[in-house]
Design a protein around this ligand. Structure first.
Ligand SMILES: [Zn+2]
Length: 344
């Protein structure tokens, strides 16, 4: 079996200025570059192109998956495709490149989730978010000059997504013990190392270069672990099912990493496994402070716990068993730390 992992991995200050050089090195002479509104006006105009032919397009967020598929077939003929911006444009570009069989260059400007390095895309179907499979990016280029200016909510969302590896791995083992699938040891090791390396980083300043580099690296390693296992299981367990259920059930779903981070804390309490570690990281980075200032709706969360198993009926996480769903709901109603994260 052959496993494709990203060929180019460039996480540093000034990485974007080297985009042309990287493309030419890998034999790409023509590039289709999708941008969101921010990168189209604030980032890409600063770049200069000498030998690379680049077609730059501004992409609207929230396009329906059927429209995206239709658009993909009308794309210009190019050597490679890139997307520069937040999760929305990255996921659209990744999917269009996948449909066209083009190498995809992922250039995230925020570190809000691990989607920029993973095989799946979060897209829209009838206005609701759904997960769609695609290929792993050929290159990940993360310019810390740009990521440094990401709003706090985005960075904290990235923190939530990295920390969710902890309950996800616990659920994966639980599922394997129940005879459903098996744990891929190498993928599990990558996911575990990503989060364990991250939690050793000083966290007083989430814009510190060392912190940003560690956050982006951890998210990248998490994304790559899904390529190796051939599923999202190493980084996505009950906490992600809960977030996906919220995306479908809640009147106004929140940001992915904020939802999965909070759900990760809840599930670690259910698992009675490493919740103190999540408490420390979420306290030190300001994750809990942010959620307290933007509280969640408890009724939505209780409904999402009940709806979570149906999101992936073939899996067997803790939330697939009624007793653990009851425990999760009981914690949502009684835990003192969680109480502060929800509207009274
Ligand atoms: Zn995630």
């Amino acid at each position: 079996m052959q496993i494709a992992i990203p060929t180019v991995l460039d996480i540093q200050y000034g990485a974007l200025e080297k985009l042309e050089e990287r493309c030419l090195e890998h034999g790409f002479r023509t590039l289709l570059l999708w941008c969101d509104a921010f990168t189209y006006t604030e980032v890409i105009p600063h770049l200069q192109w000498k030998h690379l032919y680049v077609q730059i397009e501004k992409i609207e967020d929230g396009k329906e998956v059927s429209q995206l598929a239709a658009d993909a077939y009308d794309l210009a003929s190019v050597d490679a495709m890139a997307a520069c911006g937040g999760g929305g444009v990255i996921d659209q570009g990744k999917y269009a490149a996948f449909l066209r069989g083009l190498p995809f260059i992922s250039i995230p400007t925020s570190a809000s989730n691990d989607g920029f390095a993973s095989t799946t895309c979060s897209l829209y179907q009838q206005g609701r978010r759904i997960s769609v499979p695609a290929a792993v990016p050929y290159a990940v280029i993360a310019d810390l000059d740009v990521i440094q200016h990401t709003p706090e909510e985005m960075l904290l969302s990235g923190v939530g997504d990295v920390m969710s590896n902890i309950p996800a791995l616990y659920d994966w083992q639980f599922e394997a013990d129940a005879g459903v699938g098996r744990v891929h040891a190498f993928a599990a090791m990558l996911s575990r190392n990503a989060v364990n390396s991250f939690i050793r980083t000083p966290m007083q300043d989430i814009r510190h270069p060392a912190f940003l580099k560690e956050l982006v690296s951890a998210l990248t390693m998490s994304g790559v672990s899904t390529v190796i296992s051939g599923s999202t299981a190493p980084i996505s367990g009950s906490e992600h099912l809960l977030s996906h259920a919220l995306d479908q059930e809640a009147a106004t779903p929140g940001r992915h990493g904020i939802q999965v981070g909070t759900a990760a804390y809840l599930m670690c309490l259910v698992h009675e496994h490493r919740s103190e570690r999540l408490y420390k990281v979420f306290s030190r980075t300001g994750f809990f402070d942010w959620v307290r200032a933007h509280p969640l709706n408890r009724e939505d969360w209780i409904r999402a716990v009940e709806a979570a198993p149906a999101i992936k009926p073939k899996r067997h996480t803790y939330l697939h068993e009624e007793a653990w769903r009851k425990k999760a709901i009981h914690l949502l109603e009684t835990d003192a730390v969680l109480a502060e994260l929800f509207t009274p």
